[in-house]
Write a protein that binds this ligand. Structure first.
Ligand SMILES: NC(=O)c1ccc[n+]([C@@H]2O[C@H](COP(=O)([O-])OP(=O)(O)OC[C@H]3O[C@@H](n4cnc5c(N)ncnc54)[C@H](OP(=O)(O)O)[C@@H]3O)[C@@H](O)[C@H]2O)c1
Length: 225
């Protein structure tokens, strides 16, 4: 099935954790990392994240830098990419600041839960997707996003969503920022949660670029096929 070109963008500690064991919002990246995240978001038609990420932050990152907004306009893109939340429970609080941000919002959820948010404001579009044993049917979800005009998708977390997309080989690139701290702990989330892959069949990456800026390392990988 056709799907968007999909790029994961995450910051992690030097020991590979994307948040602490309390799952608090990951604010350990520098201002340079935040600019990098905004630039990757600005390249996308849609930004996809799990409800857990939204629960942690309550907001999403919009495009604000004037040069990035200009570039979007020159490419004929709307000023803001669509912010797409995926949730099976649809247990989302309409009082979160996210719902007051001046960005387009879509919800991806399983068919039976969709009605709850179709009846109240918050999302411009609620997309119903069949559920599988492990969550949404991502092959269908991604083909619906592609059909709705999302050719480039940025995935900004968390680890559960990334694992579900990797499981169906639906990720093309990773940007990982290695940040100078150690979070440790067996329950702190990592870029890929779920049940994991045995080494023999684990997805393999090709390093496209690596840049060290101040104390952080920006790693850009392509998923090998
Ligand atoms: N360092 C970073 O760059 C970064 C970036 C983002 C997040 N984080 C951290 O990551 C943590 C949140 O991660 P998380 O593991 O909770 O992951 P998550 O993937 O953001 O959220 C999990 C929730 O998203 C929905 N979801 C995810 N995959 C799904 C699927 N396959 N099908 C249906 N629904 C799905 C479900 O929502 P429902 O429960 O509503 O059904 C699920 O409970 C937070 O601590 C946050 O700070 C860090």
């Amino acid at each position: 099935m056709p799907r968007p070109h999909t790029t994961v963008v995450l910051a992690m500690s030097a020991d590979g954790k994307i948040a602490d064991a309390g799952r608090s919002p990951a604010r350990f990246g520098s201002a340079i990392d935040k600019q990098h995240l905004e630039a990757r978001i600005a390249e996308a038609d849609g930004v996809l994240f799990g409800a857990g990420t939204l629960r942690a932050y309550g907001t999403t990152l919009s495009v604000r830098q004037p040069d990035l907004l200009d570039q979007r306009q020159q490419r004929g893109q709307p000023l803001q990419p669509i912010q797409i939340v995926c949730s099976q429970s649809v247990n989302l609080d309409p009082d979160w600041p996210f719902f007051r941000q001046p960005v387009p919002r879509w919800l991806l959820t399983a068919s039976e839960a969709a009605g709850l948010w179709q009846e109240q404001p918050g999302f411009e579009r609620v997309i119903s997707v069949p559920a599988t044993e492990t969550g949404l049917d991502w092959a269908i979800a991604l083909s619906l996003l592609q059909a709705a005009g999302i050719a480039r998708l940025a995935v900004t977390g968390g680890g559960q969503l990334v694992a579900a997309l990797l499981a169906i080989d639906a990720i093309d690139e990773f940007w990982l920022t290695l940040c100078p701290l150690l979070l440790g702990g067996s329950t702190a989330p990592t870029p890929v949660e779920g049940s994991g892959f045995m080494a023999a069949v684990a997805p393999r990456l090709e390093l496209l670029s690596v840049r060290a800026i101040a104390q952080e390392v920006f790693l850009h990988y392509q998923v090998q096929r």
